[in-house]
Design a protein around this ligand. Structure first.
Ligand code: ZN
Length: 140
């Protein structure tokens, strides 16, 4: 089941400048910040009412975000949908013909399990499925 839009990811060239900008825009303060080494991105979450903006800055030229910026410039990079069971959602979407990038979910920012769908099967929009890891699992 899809629960909500967890966040909207925006690719930026300069994370600290963009944090300033979005704090002003959203009248909000930056929350969780993290380096996701596996994806070579720095991320910063800024609350925006019921959802969140995730700013993404490349950590190296071969980062997927660097490639996105080269091709398309700054802007909306992906939409993250929170699901209650990422494995079940991947099975459902695969059976309907969606192209899955991450056949096996991996750890994303802020201790979530994530998997991406290829934009060629979703009208050009990169979709991130995200399942929050429950506290009991985190503490083990
Ligand atoms: Zn995201």
């Amino acid at each position: 089941m899809i629960k909500q839009i967890a966040h909207i990811g925006i690719a930026v060239k300069d994370l600290s400048a963009s944090i300033d900008l979005f704090q002003k825009l959203l009248d909000s303060t930056v929350g969780h910040q993290e380096e996701v080494v596996s994806q070579k991105v720095r991320t910063a979450m800024i609350a925006a009412g019921l959802t969140t903006i995730e700013l993404l800055e490349a950590m190296s030229p071969d980062s997927p975000v660097a490639k996105f910026l080269d091709k398309r410039g700054e802007g909306i990079h992906h939409i993250a949908l929170e699901v209650d069971d990422i494995g079940a959602e991947l099975t459902r979407l695969r059976s309907m013909g969606f192209v899955i990038i991450d056949e096996i979910p991996r750890m994303g920012a802020d201790r979530c399990r994530v998997a991406f769908l290829h934009p060629k099967s979703t009208n050009g929009v990169l979709i991130e499925l995200l399942e929050k890891v429950v506290d009991a699992e985190e503490e083990q």
